[in-house]
Design a protein around this ligand. Structure first.
Ligand SMILES: Nc1ncnc2c1ncn2[C@@H]1O[C@H](COP(=O)(O)OP(=O)(O)OP(=O)(O)O)[C@@H](O)[C@H]1O
Ligand SMILES: Nc1ncnc2c1ncn2[C@@H]1O[C@H](COP(=O)(O)OP(=O)(O)OP(=O)(O)O)[C@@H](O)[C@H]1O
Length: 546
């Protein structure tokens, strides 16, 4: 259904190709998963299928890509729209209408689908993706995950024969991600749809894949095979596979269920040992204090009666369904929303701030920067300069630190980012690494991260974990809003769960998540009832065991 023959893509001005001499075939009616480290060319490969590369991105494509027999170089994306439906990494960039319902209908309108069919499919899709209550909402007034659902819905309504999805679950809460994957699997099984999907969070998708295409790096040939063949040799592995490798299980398990069946002996070896807990934060006056906070967006009550206190050195994971109010809470801590009632204070932990700290929405940005820094859900919102180097130089100046500080952070998170690249042309993961570095340069006492792992591979995530842990050891506090249960398990002391604008749980990570089917990490599910959460914890215990 999809065929690559000797395909190379080189972006204008790039020193080397983003894809090199790729040959592969995706058969009709299969769900094929594209995996590989950040910047290995996954989005480029997907773009070559939908025709966005090179028609919209520029650059040179050599070789031949065909979809359902049509050459994507001689057919514009518009002329492929009846066969290929695409969901990009950045849905906001692709929305064409203003409301949820119009967006779901738009693709069908341009294909000339009859009105009664359109009506029926819109209703089906609203239900399928849990969007019925939001149907009249302006897209601009949706949370990140709600937008991602609309983007997915808008291609499903056209019933394309081929679906191309770039990190379709990156902004979805764990339950929503499972629902979307179940829908995709149904399309594949029942309608023979061909799905090609890139995803970093393999723990969410690998068990659904018929085939895996691994792009080890831009210079190496892709490796294609069944998930159980490719995963053991892949540089990116979900926790279930990594745990299987540690324990020597063969064949390697791909799902929690497979792993639980084999976990008996490992459980026995670990009984009696205790996982090393994340180091406890130092006591001290809070760096953020939120009390009975209510925030409204128009008619929507996004937060109600929220209380939260964050201490120096503490890492707090903020979790909860799409639309629960996580981004709103983080934005309130940097003064982007005025409370309808209640109070927010940050910076009380430092002596010079006096006792109560400052009220974010009444504090000048330059002053606020000394207390708190936010990496927003859209890292783009933070980047202004024309090159990576200029962005880093500006961050060093703003933070008044030694030149090169920000650049060193970028290089530490992702080694391969070039100085001269325009931030717009970075891969999603590279752009996030840059935005993170810009904020980390100022070493704010309180660091806020909104979905900090979109587009990051496991290696980059591990480096992010190191950086945040070092900051914590130095007394910096971090609050991260995330759907990434694996990241939260590695990093957080404490987890706060929001539901419909209210705090419904607040406590130590291990206690809150282990009993929760939605928020427990894979290792916890496999080894329950033992209290282990992550692969590194298990590795350490096995290495130090007699
Ligand atoms: N429009 C563009 N112009 C120039 N270079 C680009 C452009 N788009 C991508 N690149 C570069 O091509 C390489 C591959 O990028 P691509 O987005 O395909 O990677 P990816 O595997 O999807 O990464 P991620 O997992 O971070 O999304 C990167 O080094 C990126 O900086
Ligand atoms: N500008 C806006 N106008 C109206 N409603 C809004 C606006 N921004 C957000 N909302 C609504 O407020 C609620 C909370 O949104 P918020 O972005 O804080 O959720 P979230 O927990 O961060 O979700 P996600 O996990 O999807 O990012 C949602 O119901 C959302 O639709």
């Amino acid at each position: 259904m999809i065929r690559f023959e000797q395909v190379s893509v080189t972006y204008d001005g790039a020193a080397r190709p983003a894809l090199r001499e790729v040959d592969l075939t995706v058969p009709e009616g299969e769900l094929c998963l594209l995996v590989g480290p950040s910047g290995s060319g996954k989005s480029t490969l997907l773009g070559a299928v939908s025709g966005l590369v090179p028609h919209f991105t520029g650059g040179t494509l050599r070789g031949r890509v065909t979809v359902a027999g049509r050459d994507t170089r001689t057919h514009k994306p518009r002329e492929l729209a009846d066969v290929v439906g695409t969901v990009g990494q950045d849905p906001l960039a692709h929305f064409v209408t203003d409301t949820v319902e119009d967006e779901l209908a738009y693709g069908m309108e341009s294909l000339g689908v009859p009105p009664d069919t359109m009506r029926r499919r819109v209703e089906e899709t609203l239900d399928l993706l849990g969007l019925a209550e939001l149907r009249d909402r302006p897209i601009a007034a949706l949370s990140g995950g709600q937008r991602q659902r609309v983007a997915i819905g808008s291609v499903l309504t056209t019933h394309p024969r081929v679906l191309v999805l770039d990190e379709p679950t990156s902004a979805l809460d764990p339950a929503a991600a499972e629902e979307v994957l179940a829908v995709l699997q149904r399309l594949v099984h029942d309608l023979g749809t061909t799905v090609l999907m890139a995803e970093h969070r393999l723990e969410r998708v690998v068990q659904y894949a018929d085939q895996v295409i691994l792009l080890p790096s831009p210079d190496a040939a892709p490796l294609v095979g069944e998930p159980a063949e490719i995963m053991p040799v892949s540089p990116v592995q979900p926790p279930v596979v990594a745990l299987g490798g540690l324990a020597g299980w063969s064949p390697v398990p791909l799902s929690v269920r497979d792993a639980r069946r084999k976990a008996g002996p490992l459980r026995e070896r670990l009984t009696g040992a205790a996982p090393r807990a994340v180091a406890d934060p130092a006591p001290g006056p809070p760096v953020a204090e939120v009390s009975r906070l209510a925030v409204r967006h128009g008619r929507v009550e996004a937060l109600r009666g929220v209380g939260l206190s964050v201490r120096p050195g503490e890492t707090v994971a903020l979790m909860g369904r799409n639309g629960a109010g996580k981004s709103t809470l983080l934005a309130s801590l940097v003064g982007m929303h005025q409370p309808a009632s209640g109070s927010v204070r940050v910076g009380g932990g430092e002596e010079e701030a006096g006792h109560g700290g400052v009220v974010p929405h009444r504090t000048r940005p330059a002053e606020l920067l000394r207390h708190v820094g936010l990496v927003p859900q859209e890292p783009r919102d933070l980047l202004y300069a024309d090159t990576v180097a200029a962005e880093c130089a500006a961050a060093d100046r703003d933070a008044d630190v030694a030149p090169g500080t920000c650049r060193a952070l970028v290089a530490r998170l992702l080694p391969d980012v070039a100085d001269t690249t325009h931030p717009r042309d970075l891969s999603e993961g590279q752009r996030l690494a840059l935005a993170l570095s810009v904020v980390l340069t100022a070493r704010p006492p309180l660091l806020l991260l909104d979905e900090p792992t979109r587009g990051l591979d496991y290696a980059a995530k591990a480096r992010l974990v190191e950086v945040v842990r070092e900051l914590a050891a130095d007394g910096h506090a971090t609050v991260l809003a995330t759907h990434d249960v694996e990241l939260a398990a590695e990093l957080a002391h404490r987890v706060v769960i929001l539901a419909e604008g209210e705090v419904v749980a607040d406590g130590p990570m291990a206690e809150v998540v282990v009993s929760s089917p939605a928020f427990a990490p894979q290792v916890a599910k496999i080894l329950a009832p033992l209290p282990w959460l992550t692969v590194p914890q298990v590795r350490e215990a096995l290495e130090t065991a007699p």
